[in-house]
Design a binder for this molecule. Structure first.
Ligand code: NAP
Length: 190
């Protein structure tokens, strides 16, 4: 991978429920120039409205429909990493994984759809290994708290007892959702 891309990260699906939360976080944390980023999605009008909500008029936006490989290619050519919240992934996700694997663009998503992940591995793992793309599924709430929880707990177990636990149980006591910035017409939201 070269270092000539315009962006470190593109948030693809920035107008989705989770995409808006991620877009707001990215703007709040990284507008200091530490990270070069852009928002992307299929709807220029929704992305424009999101920029207003984020009070980020100069933020770059890229347009790409999830089924348009040429547009996805153009997006991937401009960034090192794509974070995709465009789902359901089994319906919309494959072309982007394919393009990322082909172009050596790193990728992560929120999917919790194991059959689709298996299909992506079978179809694109070899290609991604050749191009150097890191394709990282399962970065959503389904996965990260438990993955990181086990990781940190096992680190602690090793330090404290000299060995890892063979059995780990997880319990979630409290959950809280954020509010989206844009009206979400398709589903009721908190
Ligand atoms: N594993 C987990 O813990 C976890 C947690 C949360 C969400 N998720 C998954 O993550 C995904 C995002 O969740 P969400 O609640 O943010 O979804 P959402 O609000 O329903 O948004 C879906 C997004 O996909 C976009 N989209 C649909 N068809 C497209 C196309 N042809 N081209 C480009 N974009 C298209 C929509 O664009 P528009 O805005 O233009 O309509 C929208 O931004 C879902 O698949 C969800 O199941 C997983």
């Amino acid at each position: 991978m070269t270092n000539t891309q315009d962006y470190d990260v593109v948030v693809y699906g920035a107008t989705s429920f989770v995409g808006q939360i991620l877009a707001r976080y990215t703007v709040e944390q990284f507008s200091n120039g530490e990270l070069k980023f852009a928002l992307a999605g299929r709807s220029i009008s929704k992305l424009a409205a999101l920029k207003v909500e984020l009070d980020a008029p100069d933020l770059d936006v890229l347009i790409a429909d999830a089924s348009d490989e040429d547009a996805l290619n153009a997006m991937c050519s401009r960034t090192k990493v794509v974070v995709s919240t465009v789902g359901p992934y089994a319906l919309y996700g494959e072309p982007l994984v394919k393009v990322c694997a082909e172009t050596g663009t790193h990728y992560c998503d929120l999917t919790g759809e194991p059959q689709w992940i298996k299909r992506m591995l079978e179809a694109y793992e070899d290609l991604a290994r050749q191009s150097g793309a890191r394709i990282v599924h399962c970065c959503g709430f389904d996965s990260m708290p438990s993955d990181l929880g086990v990781h940190f707990m096992q680190e602690h177990a090793l330090k404290q007892f000299g060995q890892v636990s063979t059995d780990v149980k997880m319990r979630v006591a409290v959950l809280q959702a954020s509010r989206p910035l844009l009206a979400m017409p398709t589903r009721a939201r908190l």
